[in-house]
Ligand binder design. Structure first.
Ligand SMILES: Nc1ncnc2c1ncn2[C@@H]1O[C@H](COP(=O)(O)OS(=O)(=O)O)[C@@H](OP(=O)(O)O)[C@H]1O
Ligand SMILES: Nc1ncnc2c1ncn2[C@@H]1O[C@H](COP(=O)(O)OP(=O)(O)O)[C@@H](O)[C@H]1O
Length: 183
């Protein structure tokens, strides 16, 4: 088991469409890592949205600002020994590349996971009802439907969650951390 104080940090960025499974995988992975004694943060949830991201919408510029802010926080955490798990859509390749470069500049491990659930499956899951709202004409600019999602070209891992249980998906991410000596 890696001890809390000596553990290496890393950012694990889970990118994918709404309802792809990012939050579910992040929570399962986070629980396992915490149970093993690692320092873990999941950069999702109300506080991040209320304070760090407050006022931002879903334009390209706002999504980029969102991703850069979260990328900065994650890099700082990871550089200081935390395993930082980020279940954030991050639809634009150039935004993700900037985050990758920020990590490379400080020699901080950065693992990009594409939660590559097809849009049809995401639309059936529709955890937050966004796909239905878009179809009903009550929402526009939904990622993967009427707003772009640029899939990663060279991710560390691609998850076809439609063929896996959440536990299997989370275990696959854990395996990448293990391969790299981060857990
Ligand atoms: N138009 C539109 N497009 C995409 N997502 C939308 C939209 N409106 C609201 N939401 C909800 O906001 C969550 C996405 O926030 P992110 O910070 O991950 O998005 S982004 O990286 O800035 O694109 C996202 O959360 P997840 O479903 O967990 O992915 C959605 O629930
Ligand atoms: N292999 C899998 N990995 C993650 N989620 C899965 C998987 N298979 C089915 N699901 C389900 O898909 C849904 C994904 O929702 P969520 O994690 O909130 O997605 P996102 O955070 O990407 O919007 C959950 O209901 C989850 O139980």
């Amino acid at each position: 088991m890696t001890t809390t104080a000596r553990g290496k940090g890393a950012t694990v960025w889970l990118t994918g469409l709404p309802s792809a499974g990012k939050t579910t995988i992040a929570r399962l992975l986070g629980d396992r890592l915490k149970a093993e004694g690692h320092r873990v943060e999941i950069l999702d949830g109300d506080e991040i949205r209320r304070f760090l991201i407050a006022g931002l919408g879903f334009s390209r510029a706002d999504r980029n600002t969102n991703v850069q802010r979260i990328g900065l926080v994650s890099e700082v955490l990871a550089r200081n020994g935390v395993l930082s798990v980020v279940p954030v859509i991050a639809p634009y390749a150039d935004s993700r590349e900037a985050v990758r470069r920020r990590h490379a500049a400080s020699g901080t491990p950065y693992i990009e996971v594409h939660v590559a659930t097809p849009v049809e499956v995401c639309g059936e899951r529709d955890v937050k009802g966004l796909y239905a709202r878009q179809a009903a004409g009550h929402l526009s600019g939904l990622t993967g439907v009427d707003a772009p999602y640029e899939p990663p070209l060279d991710p560390s891992l691609v998850l076809a969650t439609q063929f896996q249980t959440p536990e299997e998906s989370s275990a696959a991410v854990y395996a990448v951390l293990a391969e790299r000596g981060l857990v």
